[in-house]
Design a protein around this ligand. Sequence first.
Ligand code: SF4
Length: 428
Amino acid sequence: MNVYDARRMADLLINNGYEKANDVSEADILIFYTCNIRERAAQKLFSNIGILKNKNTKVIAVGGCVSQTEKENIFRHKDINISFGAQAYHRLPEHIGEILSGVKNRILDIEFDQTQKFNHLPERQNVSFSEFVTIQEGCDNFCTYCVVPYTRGREYSRSASDVINEVKSLLANGTKEITLIGQNVNSYHGEAPYISIGQPKGTWRLERLIREIAELDGLKRLRYTTSHPKDFTTELMQIHAETPVLVPFAHIPVQSGNDRILKAMNRGHTAQEYLDKIIKFRNICPNIQFSSDFIVGFPTETEEEFEDTVKLAEQVNYTISFSFKYSRRKNTPADKMPGQIPETIKAKRLAILQKTLINSQIYHNNALIGKTQEVLFERRGRKPNQYIGKNVYLQSVIVESQNNLIGEFRKVYIEKAGENSVMGKIVK
Ligand code: SF4
């Protein structure tokens, strides 16, 4: 989401007469857009300001979750002129103008008014073959470890017509792959675009939005992330089975495999309810594969409770996973819980879980050997003529080619598999 926001800020500023500097050393204005899902975000920000500030710098603006969390305290770093929240970046040109003209030398703008932002952003420019589109922001779930409801605000869905128009404009400019994004994307409930006579406009859920977007000309691949297990409907599973452009892949974070810990995390489901959805999904859409997020060492988690997480990971057999040690976030309920787990135990549990997750990853990579995969190439590899792309399951595929493949789809016959990627040859 920060990548998406940063692209929209760049478009906004270019639209207002600013130019992108060729190198950070030539920039008059430095904008830092932050995430504090990980630890020590403010310290990292301050140290990056120190490294990147130079004799040309006239304005330093800081945005995103660190601004939202630090509030006025952000100005303890004397070089910062503007601090803006994730919902306020449409006002950046105005704020930068006030600093450059000397009207103000400090601006704090961290209000949550999501309805405003998207109405003030220009059409997408400089689009890539693969683009994110924010459809929903904020979260009302209040998982006890998470800062998102406090930094991104309450849940807000963009109107369906706003989203569809943005996707259409991206496709018209050459985008092939779209990822619909939101903190809780499958709780999307945007205003419907059609008015039936005598009826209120009503709302569209993610399911309806996907059906509509999947029909648009030029779209080759559609993804969405991040979803919540409790909001995963049978209809959404069916859409995966019926819609060729929608990838047969779902990121469904589970976090823990133990019911007491899931309850303490306020996740709103049990381990069995999660597993039942996975089984149902596989029955409805046999080629579906999954990725997940895990947190180990949540306050009071016992060895047995942690083992439940490992068991669940084994049962599901995820293609890709993201696993972390629980880390305390100020002002969240879990930060105040007794029974915080020592770092050494968390590290030990993380290593055990990651071994299981990597075994699953290797299993899925090996399963591709001898198969042909459709790959969208994203970047060059380390070796000459090497290109790296992704298949529908987000597995990295490496090939050699004399031609530039970036932004191109190719069919690739997989010959070898490693831990983090597979290698193959382009099918002529
Ligand atoms: S659902 Fe996701 S974003 Fe929302 S509070 Fe829970 S972890 Fe945070």
